[in-house]
Design a protein around this ligand. Sequence first.
Ligand code: CO8
Length: 260
Amino acid sequence: MAYRNLEIGNRGGVRTITVNRPDKLNALNRDTLNELTIAFTQAAQDDAVRAVVLAGAGEKAFVAGADIAEMHGYTSIQAQGFSRAGQHLMTTIERLDKPVVARIQGYALGGGLELAMACHLRVASDKAKFGQPEINLGLIPGFGGTQRLLRLVGRSATLELCLTGTPINAARAHALGLVNQVVAPDALDATVNALADQLAAAAPLAAAGILDAVLQGGEAGLDQGLEFETQGFALMFATQDMREGTSAFLEKRKAAFKGQ
Ligand code: CO8
């Protein structure tokens, strides 16, 4: 399908989805939200895709938030629909059964930070900036920011970011556990590509099982989460990949996983 606001690339088992509105710092308007939802749904359905990289076009921003110009005229009902569409997208990304890496080179603000937080891993340039500036617009985060930020960095930092609206730099984001890696801008692509390649080469059903146990199990109580893990662990013994992985270890060779 042809997208107006996205660019799609494929490299081996890695699909790259790039938000492509650099003149608006990749702000998320309704069309872009819809296109992203379609692109991630297609990535989920395509067996050739083993890992996804989500990026923003241009040097300045990953995504500078929801499109303020579009939101400005919304009624409450339209805002509700917009928020729901955003939440649906974020949940679609988070529940993808293949790993998703956010490549963050500049601003990740508001809906942009929420989008990055819906991804499973985040790699940032040391020039990146992270924030929930909605309060400066008389708003609160609406694409899951209050909830995913809370789960990633805890209550104290979440309240600081949301109540002050002041962005933090990449070093602080790393110290808080908001991003997995921070690298120099000219090392960003190589780092993201190496990570995505590693994820794409891993056993796909095991990756799906880990995502499920951590994300779904993590929302349940400990006993329920551990039971989730036991069920997922046992399920792996029905896969060819588990036989292949353990055989390869015993035969001292590299495993070739097929996702079966
Ligand atoms: N929406 C729309 N346009 C934007 C946005 C945005 N979020 N961010 C930047 N742009 C546009 C600017 O308007 C400008 O367009 P133009 O050239 O036509 O005037 C262009 O991008 C370049 O931006 P600047 O000239 O402002 O670039 P600067 O380098 O001077 O500043 C900043 C960069 C600091 C990132 C600045 O652009 C900025 O503060 N942007 C807004 C950041 C923000 O507040 N984001 C949060 C938005 S609210 C949100 O995300 C809520 C999500 C949940 C919604 C739930 C729905 C109910």
